[in-house]
Design a protein around this ligand. Sequence first.
Ligand code: TRP
Length: 335
Amino acid sequence: MKKKKRILTGDTPTGSGRLHLGHYVGTLENRVKLQKEYDTFILLANIHAYANYYHKGKEINEAGYQTFLDNLAVGIDPEISTILLESAIPELYELYGFFLTMVKKNRAMRNPSVKDEIEYKKLDASMAFICYPILQAADILGFNADLVPVGEDQMPIIEQVREIAKDFNRTYGETFVVPEGKVGRVARLVGTDGSKKMSKSGSNAIFLSDDEKTLKEKVMSAYTDPKRIHATDPGKVEENPVFIYHDNFNLNKKEVDDLKERYKKGKVGDIEVKEKLFKALNNFLGPIREKRRYYEEKPKEAKDILVEGTKKARKVVQGVIALFRERVNINKLIE
Ligand code: TRP
């Protein structure tokens, strides 16, 4: 039997650690779909989370648990996929340390993902933040992953990871798999406030774990077409967050088409559009909430998944790193 190809992907547990609809269409959906076909590893990237928040150890730990639950809730199946805690695999730090020697300062500073994030979040970035694509290279190459499902904003990072892999292979001979990135069906999902991106830290996100009441409040106060004042004014459906969500989460396409037609003619009010959206989203989130509750009520079972997953993952990384050590002659003097 041909060996399955491998997926490595993950999430940085910053803020509350809870994942939202943007994560779903950007990467979660892909991981769930591909987990049968690929040997899948999901990394709780807690070392990444410390990058600008070294003083928030307690919060990062709690956020990590929420990120973990959300992965299970959307349908990552612990029977076939492996979820692991990044910090418990010290070999990843070892690879990171080596890769730091390979990347020039100017190259690191030029990464658009890093630059945009610093600007967008107005960060006084730490060294670790500037170098986070290099840590990400350790995550991905440490598993010899073939495929990395990520949001569009992460693609320049995958590019940098590929450069590191190629550079290493050129220098020391074939060692690492050069991975491919894979973006989900929506590159970037708008926020409920109409801003370009739904953000984990911001107040413009609909979280996968939002309860019915919270969901309703968020949907009913979401931004629509700002130029439309009365329900009888013709409205714009493009770039309108409420219709973008309808397009992505309402399975009743006929209903969506009908709402769009009427909206464009000024024949439907925002309230009806939003009430129907609330229903669609609530249906979508129902099974996710249910699975989350299952694990919330069985913390021991959940923890075992992570403990066992991390153990299994560490063995995989140890296999990869053995060849790396050999190639660079790193411990030869004591062997
Ligand atoms: N940096 C990624 C993010 O913020 C999370 C991440 C860390 C990751 N390590 C990874 C994603 C390895 C894919 C592969 O979304």
